[in-house]
Ligand binder design. Structure first.
Ligand code: ADP
Ligand code: ADP
Length: 220
């Protein structure tokens, strides 16, 4: 996996500072939780980390390089942004095949990710009609398509049923155990305490704690 380093990361929207001088490191081989209440700046930070949004100031590097300098970003960093419906008339399988085709990924890998996220039974159904939980699985399948060394997920358990939450927890731990970098945001402290190894805690755009889950729980 990659080492992700944010240094002095700041994002202003007019007079509002959404992300305020955040410095943190996300390491490979573990799950790093990005914990904070709604509006704390988690989504904005994640968008800047993957280069979808330009910082007002500060830098992000992935293994020492700016994200834009990476040769094949989708293959290196798999991203699930905050849940929203997939607007497509395609089946789930065709949606993934289309995405795979644009990045030179083969059919075999599409089958693999469908199995990995448990969408076998609905792969031939219209993705636009999926439930939130199925939509999240499809979003995660898209993120994992390129077999990325780094996986970033913004609020992946939002709206999921208990079975879906347990499934994501196990998946993230497995991805980290394979050596990948896993960065996952949530506003749920209890969920992060069960899923993450390390926590970056933010509030109002600012860093509050940068701490192992063990130390966080002992100090709580
Ligand atoms: P980069 O060249 O951008 O650093 P790589 O794709 O070479 O990224 O992956 C770097 C590291 O990520 C690997 O050495 C490994 O630790 C982890 N990694 C990547 N892909 C896999 C994979 N399929 N299974 C397990 N670990 C992986
Ligand atoms: P979180 O993901 O932790 O819920 P966000 O990053 O979505 O937080 O938002 C952080 C703050 O920035 C919020 O106050 C939000 O209203 C504001 N914000 C986010 N995106 C924009 C935008 N495009 N324009 C103006 N304000 C924004």
């Amino acid at each position: 996996g990659h080492m992700i380093e944010a240094r002095g990361l700041t994002k202003r929207y007019g007079p509002k500072t959404a992300v305020d001088d955040l410095t943190f490191t996300v390491r490979p081989g573990m799950v790093t939780g990005f914990l904070g209440p709604n509006g704390a700046g988690k989504s904005t930070t994640m968008r800047m980390v993957v280069g979808l949004d330009a910082p007002s100031s500060g830098t992000v590097t992935v293994n020492g390089k700016a994200y834009a300098e990476h040769a094949a970003p989708l293959r290196e960093v798999g991203v699930l942004l905050e849940a929203r419906a997939v607007h497509t008339s395609r089946t789930a399988e065709n949606h993934l095949l289309a995405l795979a085709a644009t990045t030179g990924i083969g059919r075999k890998r599409v089958k693999e990710v469908i199995d990995l996220v448990g969408l076998q039974d609905v792969a031939s159904k219209r993705a636009g009609a999926f439930s939130l939980g199925m939509g999240q699985r499809l979003g995660i399948a898209s993120a994992l398509l390129g077999d990325p060394a780094t996986v970033m997920l913004d609020e992946p358990v939002n709206g999921l049923d208990p079975e879906g939450i347990l499934w994501i927890r196990t998946l993230l731990k497995d991805l980290a155990a394979e050596g990948r970098t896993v960065f996952v945001s949530s506003h749920l402290m209890s969920e992060m305490a069960l899923t993450a190894d390390h926590l970056i805690v933010v509030g109002r755009g600012r860093l509050i704690r940068d701490v192992s889950v063990q130390d966080f729980i002992q100090s709580a």
